[in-house]
Design a protein around this ligand. Sequence first.
Ligand code: ASP
Length: 439
Amino acid sequence: MKKIVKFGGSSLANAEQFQKVGEIIRSDESRRYVVPSAPGKRFDGDTKVTDLLYKCYNTAVEGEDFIPILQEIKGRYYEIIRGLNLDLSLEDEFAQIEADFKAQAGTDYAASRGEFLNGKVMAAYLGYEFVDAADVIRFDKNGNLDAEKTDRLLSKKLAKCEHAVIPGFYGAGEDGKVKTFSRGGSDVTGSLVAKAIKADLYENWTDVSGFLVTDPRIVKNPEVIESITYRELRELSYMGATVLHEDAIFPVRRAGIPINIRNTNAPADKGTLIVEATCYQPKYTITGIAGTDGFAAITIEKAMMNSEVGFCRKVLQVFEDNGVSIEHMPSGIDTMTIFVHKDKFEEKEQQILAGIHKAVDPDHIELESDLALIAIVGRGMKSTRGTAGRIFSALAHAHINVKMIDQGSSELNIIVGVRHDDFKNAIKALYEIFVLTQI
Ligand code: ASP
């Protein structure tokens, strides 16, 4: 059994957190490959090391004195090293970083040092081999991940290591220049390592006990999802639920490796298991509820629209020409409505309206902004009658008007559109009916 364990910044923010991580790793000998993030916030209002590095490097680029910020960063690592009683010096590494910042080695290089240094500390703490991600995670000339090359380099290198620490978040191009993933990218590193070593499980340790049924900012203490499929996760993430970096899913999904989201501060909790497919019946009809605010709807009305060949295509072309992505498109016989992100639409509003007039000569166009979309997602819906009925009665009882409904033929999710002001109450009402009362 081989497991890869990735720890987020809050799990590695100080020596105390490192000790918890050490106990977790040592309690299971199959946890052989470790991907650390940079130290995160130790308390509310603290600054992540990655953010300090960005600030430090920008100061260097502006030609100002960046040494005090570099000292602050150094202090963060030595606080951990001392707290763990390690005999480790990072003086050479910091001297190199200082020289590289002076030589303006690049923003990505600067940000990557958070993980690089934490990897050094972690390797010393565990007695594992340190593998620099710049040697094994490859980016192509366009700055995109070279997945094949990475897989080859990683599997070749790790085949020779019984135990290893591979820092998250970065890799390098063919020319050796360091490049990072987007923020939160250590999740992606974990996924690439999992695939390369053909892991049985990818454990992703964070500060919550898994993926929650809904947003804890809206519903107090929502339940944890025990198991979720990759498809369900994708639907929920699209609607704004975040625990994992989106790009972390593809490598492991294709290789059939499950991801287990776990809580460093509550290691006995089972967390959420993310799998390709499962016979395991979800506890409730729905797996999760997620929503996002800030949509606008454009309703186009024209008599006999249904018989006009190419009508929809012409309308969609206008959006494409203006670079605005369409999120949903419910339609009636003589109307079609297009949901778009409000911010993106507002920039091009008048061009798009003029374009639609020109393209299809509509009878009427109506605009509505401040809409929210809510996705009710669950593989259990397929075999259950009346899910839509329950959604509508829950919303009706909460005095919420449904502006739109969209159910995919896969019966994996139902999306409802509501007014911005009703957004939170709608989520509360849906959680209540599906999870609390289970009517
Ligand atoms: N340290 C990086 C960030 O703060 C990457 C990561 O934590 O995954 O975004």
